[in-house]
Design a protein around this ligand. Structure first.
Ligand SMILES: [Mg+2]
Length: 170
C-alpha cells in the first residue's frame, strides 16, 4: 500500500530536477504544484531564479502547467508571472485536476512528470495517474493548519522510505 506514496525521485528543491534525464526518459511536460513547491505557502513571490528555471525548462522543450488545490487569485498571478498556465477548481489526489492539466499540456500521463511537495495529494494522485513523480521538500514550514497535521504522518512515511533506501535522487 505504501508504495502508492513512493515518488520516483526525492529532491531538496526544484533546482535539483535533471531536465536532461527527464528528456531522455520521454517526458515532454511537467505538471507542478504551486504552494511550497514553486513558491512559499500562500505567497506569490516569484523570483528571478524561478523564472530562469522555467525558461530553461521551456528551452529544453518542456511544457509546464501549475496544478493547485488552492483557489486563490494568487494562482493566476503566479501563472502570469511565470508565463505558464494553471489549473485549479478540482482537488488532488482526485484524477480530474490531473486530467485538466494533461489536457492543457496535450501529453499523456506517461509523457508527463508531476512535481509536488505532499505525499497524500501530489504523490498519491500522480502515481494513480501513472505519471513520473518527483517529490520536493516543502519550501517553508508555514502551512494551512490541516496540512501541518497531515505532515506528521507524511514524515513517518518519508522516514520509512528513506531508511529502506527507497528515495532516489537524480
Ligand atoms: Mg504544495
Amino acid at each position: 500500500m505504501w508504495n502508492l506514496f513512493l515518488p520516483d525521485f526525492y529532491v531538496m528543491d526544484i533546482f535539483e530536477i535533471d531536465f536532461d534525464y527527464l528528456k531522455k526518459n520521454d517526458i515532454k511536460a511537467i505538471l507542478i504544484d504551486l504552494d511550497n513547491t514553486l513558491v512559499p505557502w500562500n505567497s506569490s513571490e516569484v523570483n528571478d531564479e524561478l523564472i530562469e528555471w522555467i525558461e530553461k525548462g521551456k528551452a529544453k522543450g518542456f511544457k509546464f502547467c501549475i496544478v493547485s488545490n488552492n483557489l486563490a487569485r494568487r494562482i493566476i498571478e503566479c501563472s502570469k508571472k511565470l508565463g505558464i498556465p494553471a489549473v485549479t477548481g478540482a482537488f488532488k489526489p482526485g484524477k480530474k485536476i490531473f486530467l485538466k492539466g494533461l489536457e492543457i499540456t496535450g501529453t499523456s500521463a506517461k509523457e508527463t512528470a508531476f512535481v509536488g511537495d505532499q505525499l497524500f495529494t501530489d504523490v498519491l494522485g500522480a502515481k494513480r495517474m501513472g505519471m513520473m513523480v518527483i517529490l520536493v521538500k516543502p519550501i517553508s514550514e508555514q502551512e494551512f493548519f490541516w496540512t501541518r497535521i497531515i505532515r506528521r504522518f507524511e514524515k513517518k512515511l518519508i522516514d520509512f522510505m528513506e531508511k529502506r533506501g527507497l528515495l532516489t535522487k537524480f
